[in-house]
Ligand binder design. Structure first.
Ligand SMILES: NC(=O)c1ccc[n+]([C@H]2O[C@H](COP(=O)([O-])OP(=O)(O)OC[C@H]3O[C@@H](n4cnc5c(N)ncnc54)[C@H](O)[C@@H]3O)[C@@H](O)[C@H]2O)c1
Length: 393
């Protein structure tokens, strides 16, 4: 006999009234990581400096308000985790699929009531079975390896709008995944620069509104990118020192700048960089060397997006049907095993997509990206993950 389906509004009201101890009994997973077990960037630096015999400099400032964490965002016990969602807000693959799976079916039901979300914008729901009290859903740009002014401003808006919601709801601790760098194909390096600079500027303008921002990376590549950039951007006494470092942080325009245009300026992104295609992010469509014909490309890209959106729409309709059918079995969700424990494995897109994606309220919300093989590899060693936590304890 399947458990009675919970009404999301009642569940949300009940959960948000509970104190921490009572809420902890409701987490779907008991291997959560509490904030006091996640080092700040400053503590991280100080422990490294001590090891290297360096004297500890400065203090305070922004490096005490940020952390770098490598692992599964769904185990972090913070006020809110940010979900890299699609415009339907009805789940899918990647971190979106993991969050929906870990939060339970009430998350899908509340998202269904939100009528989707535009690129760059953000909406907030309860966290339900997650250790995070809330989930902030934001929709990143579909970059496909190309970073132009639109992609840059849309991704910046994801971080700004998520932080705006934190402030509006009086929330103090938040974890961000690497938005848009998975299936949406935003190059990892510039995405990290946008994330770090946007968060840093926001904290400087709202120093009392936030206690901790955790950059939650999942891949080794992102971990090394963030570590390098954070050393430049979040230094001790970093309120002033890092200004000149910020310039170091900018990714110089790639020699393979894709835009050959008389109005050079129109191709510069918000940070004054030219449109660049990042070498490290060549995708199967082999973005990179050839000098694309901009007009032809734009039309082709439009057609391609329409096709992909149609396919996703089909999938949406199909998934809505499956969703009802799948509900019963969702209630008897299998115990955490290798294949469905997001921390241990990649949840195959198709599996998650049939349970959670769909369109909202009959409007066809189109996700311009066709679901594809999950690209993410699961982190082998965890930085600031369970092992570190146990050591600390
Ligand atoms: N419609 C679908 O069937 C479908 C298919 C694939 C992916 N998606 C998802 O991908 C789209 C968004 O693309 P995106 O590049 O912004 O997101 P993404 O593809 O989830 O990748 C964002 C980042 O999150 C990382 N990540 C994956 N799992 C976790 C985890 N448990 N904890 C922390 N980080 C994690 C991943 O490695 C990457 O660095 C949305 O459509 C979303 O639903 C949907």
């Amino acid at each position: 006999m399947s458990k009675k389906k919970k009404d999301w509004k009642t569940e949300k009201e009940r959960l948000l009234r509970l104190d921490l101890e009572e809420r902890r009994k409701e987490y779907r997973r008991q291997d959560y990581i509490s904030l006091d077990n996640i080092l700040t960037w400053r503590e991280e630096k100080r422990s490294n400096d001590k090891e290297e015999g360096k004297d500890l400099t400065g203090g305070g400032g922004l490096s005490e308000k940020v952390s770098l964490y490598k692992g599964d965002i769904t185990v972090l016990e913070v006020d809110a985790i940010v979900n890299a969602a699609n415009s339907s807000l009805l789940g899918g693959g990647g971190v979106d699929g993991c969050i929906h799976k870990a939060a339970g079916s009430c998350l899908y039901d509340e998202c269904h009531s939100l009528n989707g979300c535009e690129t760059g914008n953000a909406k907030i729901t309860c966290g339900y079975d997650l250790p995070a009290r809330y989930v902030i859903h934001t929709v990143g740009p579909v970059a496909r390896g190309h970073v132009g002014p639109t992609e840059t401003s849309d991704l910046t808006a994801c971080y700004e709008n998520s932080l705006r919601l934190m402030k509006e709801h009086g929330l103090k601790t938040v974890a961000f995944p690497c938005i848009s760098t998975g299936i949406y194909g935003f190059p990892n390096e510039p995405a990290a620069g946008i994330a770090l600079k946007t968060v840093k500027n926001w904290i400087k303008e709202n120093p009392d509104e936030i206690t901790r921002v955790i950059f939650c990376v999942f891949l080794d590549n992102d971990f090394s990118i963030y570590k390098k950039k954070m050393s430049a951007i979040f230094e001790d006494n970093d309120m002033d020192v890092a200004e000149e470092h910020q310039k170091e942080d900018y990714t110089p325009p790639s020699p393979k700048s894709t835009i050959k245009d008389e109005s050079e300026d129109s191709n510069r992104d918000a940070g004054g960089n030219e449109d660049v295609e990042m070498e490290s992010q060549k995708t199967d469509d082999n973005l990179g060397n050839e000098e694309p014909d901009q007009e032809k490309d734009k039309d082709e890209k439009k057609e391609e997006d329409v096709d992909i959106a149609d396919k996703d729409e089909e999938k949406g309709k199909e998934n809505d049907k499956n969703k009802d059918a799948g509900e019963a079995e969702e209630e008897q969700a299998p115990a955490q095993t290798e294949e469905n424990n997001p921390a241990e494995s990649t949840v195959p897109m198709e599996v998650v997509a049939t349970n959670n994606t769909g369109n909202s309220n009959g409007e066809e919300m189109k996700d311009p990206v066709e679901s594809s093989e999950e690209r993410d590899s699961i982190p082998t060693d965890s930085f600031q993950s369970k092992e570190t936590v146990e050591k600390k304890e």
